[in-house]
Design a protein around this ligand. Sequence first.
Ligand SMILES: [Zn+2]
Length: 388
Amino acid sequence: MTEKLYDADPYGREFDASVIKKTEYKGKTGYIFDRTFFFPEEGGQTPDQGFVNGFKVTDVQIKDGEIIHFVEGELAECATVHGVIDFEHRFKNMQCHSAEHIFSGLVYSTFGFNNVGFHLSDNSATMDYDGFLSDADIESLEFKANKIITENRKILAEYPDPEILKNLSYRSKKELSGPIRIVTVEGVDVCACCAPHVRLTGEIGVFKVISSEKYKGGTRVNYLAGFRALEDYRQKQDALLEISRLLSVKRGAEAEAVAALINEHQTLKYDYLNIKNSQIADKIKKAKESDSDYLFLIEASEDSEFMDFYAKSAREVFPAFSLFFGNDTEGYKFVIEGKISAKTAAEILRNRFSAKCGGRDNSVRGSVNLSKKELEDNFSDLSLLSEG
Ligand SMILES: [Zn+2]
């Protein structure tokens, strides 16, 4: 068993240890020390970061009480090594994890719901509960949690005697064996937990729920605490300032201004589509003046998004038409309609021109790689597609 130095001293940063052995774990070589300040990946929390003998620690895992360190370098068995943990990173984890205990304790005492899942990484933290929490519930609990933070209550981590433990009521996610570590937030929560915690709730600074959603019949709550919450606040503040600058609106009026902008955009888009539609209709009516009963048209690729407008207008005045949108380099999208059988025409287009197409009744659409000249040579009338 590795001595978990972080159990008694969550603020420790540097330590000396002996390399007990080199080991293989999930295809990687790692090292087990007699003692460590590195908290492994455990209980939903990602591992500590740092260095051992100047080598970067890439991962820390725990198996049967032995803590395995993976480092970017070779360590000799029996050697004495010096480890340094990234305490800034560790402290942020402590802030978030202690905040979770406060919130989960409040959820349990207020609603009787259990914390059934926990995940803590560098940029996100989630807590899952086996009951539904409304937005109002969450807002009220968030306020209470922050109040407890400001009250600077004590947080204790200890291994109680089995006799005391027997009569202790505490939250726990699973059946535990061996010595059980109990983390108590004074007057708020008692919970079995293996992770390092801050010693006073005031060190958490702030607790903020980011979002919540229904999850597996209960509720998943995304949150941040401490410096990570501050960083998130800073990013959101920057984004909001940028929006207010771009829209030239006062702080606090951003959402209203964005809604107005979307509204205006939709009106303009509607107007634009109407204009475009009537331009297309005019163009096609003009083509009809030649008194032909077949329309052959090649348009720029930008107009392919209006293919349906073109087809609709063409259908009104021409018994048959071929519409192509594109250019010689990128190929052409097309719709061909009237006086053809879709099935036969599609087959001919595929076999003769390797077109990708499909259709039904008397209408085929798809894409083809031909030149403008080839389109003119083959589709200036529909005789080719009417074969068979
Ligand atoms: Zn915990």
